[in-house]
Design a protein around this ligand. Structure first.
Ligand SMILES: [Zn+2]
Ligand SMILES: [Zn+2]
Length: 292
């Protein structure tokens, strides 16, 4: 809820005219409580994990043959009932774990300084904060994920997320309730260390979830804009982690590749990539010899 009685009051307080975006924000948020605005996060999260995987679902169910060359594990094709079962589980955990967590985190978010008021942050403030959040999340998630691959962590908690060794979009948030809670820490840590406007927090929630869905999509499209992000892991990178499964000691990072490189946990993946490359070259040579 904004502490101004009118648009004019807001302009008087800021000492300048409001931008169009600020007028729109005023119109939307002036009469809404901060609690309602904070809880939009849950709504956005629900919309993202329900809608963003849909193009991948359509490809898997209806256009598989045309898109097979982009599928990372083409021998595995999911049925509609498998996809629906996973989605139902995600929705259940959202209702029982994520929704209440978002509701209860209101005081903490308020306490760390997440604001709903005017002025709105500049474009560069939003971008730089999002970059910082991704870096903090990636680093913290890397170490938690490594711990989850200990014997105890895997057998008690992380095995659920690895039920699908050929992941798909809906499987991104598919995990044990304890993992969902614990991985809330890396997500929350960035905004706690560098507090932002609520709009930046919504964007952070949406982008992080969309990134996780792409990473778990099972498809590696050459036209994906994420390919232009430096040190970005992407679908192929995380797909390998799921493909190896329980024994995986490679590719723990959630977003970027540098943690695995620095701590030496991408060796298995690099060896695998080299072996695949060598195999492809051998097959190509054999085909060339056969056609001569
Ligand atoms: Zn794992
Ligand atoms: Zn995963």
């Amino acid at each position: 809820m904004l502490p101004y009685g009118s648009l004019e009051g807001a302009e008087l307080d800021l000492g300048r005219k409001l931008t169009l975006a600020e007028k729109l924000w005023y119109g939307y948020s002036a009469k809404k409580s901060d609690y309602i605005l904070f809880n939009h996060n849950g709504l956005f999260l629900f919309l993202v994990f329900s809608l963003v995987p849909l193009p991948y679902v359509l490809i898997e169910l209806y256009w598989f043959n045309n898109m097979e060359k982009f599928k990372l594990q083409p021998r595995i094709k999911r049925s509609s009932s498998e996809l629906l079962k996973c989605y139902k589980d995600v929705v259940n955990k959202f209702i029982l774990v994520v929704g209440p967590l978002i509701g209860f985190s209101f005081s903490a978010l308020k306490w760390v300084g997440i604001r709903t008021s005017l002025p709105l942050p500049s474009k560069w403030e939003v971008i730089s904060q999002l970059v910082v959040y991704f870096l903090i999340e990636d680093y913290t998630n890397y170490w938690i994920h490594r711990l989850l691959h200990s014997k105890w962590g895997y057998e008690k908690i992380h095995y659920v997320h690895h039920e699908y060794n050929a992941p798909f979009g809906f499987a991104a948030p598919y995990a044990h309730w304890a993992e969902i809670l614990v991985l809330g820490i890396p997500t929350f840590l960035g905004p706690a260390m560098v507090p932002c406007h609520i709009i930046t927090l919504w964007l952070w929630t949406v982008l992080r979830q969309a990134e996780a869905i792409e990473t778990h999509s099972g498809y590696n499209f050459p036209w994906s804009p994420s390919r232009f992000i430096p040190f970005y892991g992407g679908a192929e990178y995380h797909d390998y982690h799921h493909y190896v499964g329980r024994q995986s000691q490679s590719n723990f990072a959630s977003v970027f590749t540098y943690c695995d490189y620095v701590y030496g946990t991408d060796k298995g993946y690099r060896r695998h990539k080299q072996a695949v490359k060598k195999l492809k070259e051998q097959v190509k040579k054999q085909l060339e010899r056969a056609t001569k």
